[in-house]
Design a protein around this ligand. Structure first.
Ligand SMILES: C[C@H](O)[C@H](O)[C@H]1CNC2=NC(N)=NC(=O)C2=N1
Length: 113
C-alpha cells in the first residue's frame, strides 16, 4: 500500500460512499494529528498548525491553497496570528472520502512532516 502522501485525489462522484468503520479507523491512523469533527452535520478532519506569526501562517495557507487548486479538492482554511486551521471533507458527498485523508497527509508534508 503506497503512503497517502504520495497519492493524488481520485475523481469523486456524488454517489461515492463516505468512509466509515474499519476503513475510517485505518485512514485516521495514517494521519494521527488530525481530529475527526462534525460541522453542519457533516464529518470532517481538522488540524491546527502553529507558526511564529501571521505572515508564516499566511504563507502556509497559500501553500495549502496551491495544493488544493492542483488537486481540484478544497479545504476550509482559517488563518489567524500564529496558526492556520485546515478542515478537509468532500462537499459532494457531505462527508469524508479517501481523498480527504490523502489531502491531510499532503498538508502534513507541506508543514514539513
Ligand atoms: C467542480 C469542482 O471540481 C468540484 O465542485 C470540486 C471542487 N472542490 C471540492 N473540494 C471538496 N473538498 N469537495 C468537493 O466535493 C469538491 N468538488
Amino acid at each position: 500500500m503506497t503512503e497517502l502522501k504520495s497519492q493524488s485525489c481520485e475523481a469523486c462522484k456524488a454517489d461515492a460512499p463516505q468512509v466509515t468503520g474499519d476503513e475510517l479507523a485505518s485512514l485516521q491512523k495514517e494521519v494521527p494529528e488530525w481530529a475527526l469533527v462534525e460541522k453542519g452535520g457533516e464529518q470532517q478532519i481538522e488540524r491546527t498548525f502553529k507558526f511564529k506569526n501571521f505572515a508564516e501562517a499566511l504563507t502556509f495557507t497559500n501553500k495549502v491553497g496551491d495544493l488544493a487548486e492542483a488537486e481540484g479538492h478544497h479545504p476550509a482554511l482559517l488563518t489567524e496570528y500564529g496558526k492556520t486551521t485546515v478542515n478537509w471533507w468532500t462537499h459532494k458527498i457531505g462527508g469524508l472520502h479517501r481523498n480527504d485523508f490523502i489531502m491531510a497527509a499532503r498538508t502534513d508534508e507541506l508543514f514539513g512532516e
